[in-house]
Design a protein around this ligand. Structure first.
Ligand code: ARG
Length: 235
């Protein structure tokens, strides 16, 4: 099982990066969200107990996991090859594409990535949204590096968008929808990436990973997964 949780073999510590609604965010100083409820429900199905949650910037989560500071990551983290070289993932629990968010009351309404050329674009450091900007725009020469602003979290990026400091934010679609429902921003278009979110675990923690996968299957087979989807995504 986890190594970072202290003396009890079966106690684990979870890490997340709030500012990513409705997956994880601070509400009246409290950490809440779909990932929080889901991981807690999954761990409840196992022999493990959750000792505590720790908060990090997104880009610090994988180092925190490999350093044994935490035992599992629940942060809307996309399963991809690059990350898979350092850590392992549970089975996927949510799918997403990227969305390009702009001010609702504005004259900038891009319809495709190439329309972003020459504009100031934001994303969160270390995310797949940032990779879209880097790989599709900067590497392709259609966006100058100086037009890309990277943020410690997506709330800061969206605030900068509202303030007019940047013209668009590239962000996971369900999170974009949540911001659009709460703030004067809107989705201009979506960019299909076919991402799947998984909980991040250490490569050597096979037993714990298997327990989480069984727990996830139980939560998905029963009504809990649907209940949590209704609660946080309002279906
Ligand atoms: N799905 C994206 C990724 O894995 C963004 C995740 C950001 N998560 C967060 N809690 N801030 O790169």
């Amino acid at each position: 099982g986890g190594g970072g949780g202290g003396s009890d073999e079966n106690e684990v510590v979870a890490g997340t990066a709030p500012g990513f609604p409705p997956f994880e965010m601070k509400q009246d100083g409290e950490l809440v969200g779909f990932d929080i409820d889901l991981l807690e429900a999954v761990i409840d199905e196992t022999e493990y107990t959750l000792a505590s949650w720790k908060e990090f910037e997104f880009k610090s989560l994988i180092p925190a996991l490999t350093n044994d500071n935490i035992d599992v990551v629940a942060a809307g983290m996309t399963i991809n090859d690059e990350r898979d070289q350092t850590i392992d993932f549970t089975d996927p629990y949510y799918s997403s594409n990227q969305a390009i968010v702009v001010r609702a009351e504005g004259d900038f309404s891009p319809g495709s990535l190439s329309d972003l050329s020459g504009h100031a674009i934001g994303a969160q450091k270390g995310t797949t949204g940032e990779s879209v900007v880097q790989e599709q725009l900067i590497d392709g020469g259609s966006l100058d590096e100086s037009n890309y602003n990277s943020y410690g979290n997506y709330v800061l990026a969206v605030e900068d968008l509202q303030n007019g400091n940047i013209d668009a934010v590239v962000i996971d679609q369900p999170v974009a929808e949540t911001f659009a429902a709460q703030r004067p921003v809107t989705i201009a278009f979506t960019y299909e990436t076919g991402e799947n979110f998984g909980f991040g675990v250490r490569e050597e923690d096979d037993e714990f990973t298997q327990a989480l996968n069984s727990g996830l299957a139980a939560v998905q087979d029963g009504s809990t997964y649907q209940d949590l989807t209704n609660k946080w995504f309002g279906q």
